[in-house]
Design a protein around this ligand. Structure first.
Ligand SMILES: [Zn+2]
Ligand SMILES: [Zn+2]
Length: 179
């Protein structure tokens, strides 16, 4: 029997609490040996359960009315499971997201998503102060003769200019654009 990562994550709290089919248990044990990501999730989940597990979780928070407390106690078993399941799912998600990010940076050696598309102005130092005209579409070095609307100039950083959709002026920004 072969399990996929998604199935492992779904069953991981049952696995840790020993409430799982022996065949599935074996399959998951095998999976943990081969899949670093799921092994990390298992480790994290175990910590979560140790930290928040059992009695602390089955105690209703202070300030609950008697009636509500009793109702909670009546439903304790399913409620606890749901809450624990939710905790585990949240922990697993965070871990998986973290490990995927880790994988990305180690595989590609750089944060890949953005650099795939060459951005105009990539070579411009992001902290450099540049000048933009409110109505314009380009940003310039201060004093560039190609600034059209000199009445409404604003000085901001190149990073901000690019974030707002301005592109570098091909004349005064030339030296940065060739890099
Ligand atoms: Zn896996
Ligand atoms: Zn310019």
């Amino acid at each position: 029997m072969v399990v996929r990562c998604e199935e492992v994550w779904r069953e991981i709290s049952n696995y840790l609490e020993g409430e799982i089919d022996p065949i599935l248990r074996t399959a998951m044990e095998e999976h943990f040996r081969e899949c670093e990501r799921c092994a990390a999730v298992l480790e994290g989940t175990r910590n979560v359960i140790e930290l928040y597990g059992d009695e602390r979780m089955s105690e209703a928070p202070l300030g609950f009315s008697h009636r509500l407390r009793r109702r909670l106690q009546e439903n304790m078993v399913p409620r606890r499971r749901t809450f624990l399941g939710w905790m585990v799912a949240a922990a697993a998600t965070a871990l998986v997201a973290g490990s995927i990010e880790l994988a990305h940076s180690s595989v590609f050696g750089r944060p890949a998503p953005r650099s795939e598309h060459a951005q105009p102005g990539k070579g411009v130092p992001p902290d450099m102060m540049v000048v933009v005209a409110t109505e314009g579409k380009t940003f310039h070095v201060r004093g560039c003769p190609f600034i059209h609307d000199k009445a409404r100039l604003q000085t901001i950083t190149a990073r901000e200019a690019m974030r707002e959709g301005y592109t570098p002026c091909v004349r005064c920004m030339k030296k940065y654009l060739s890099s």
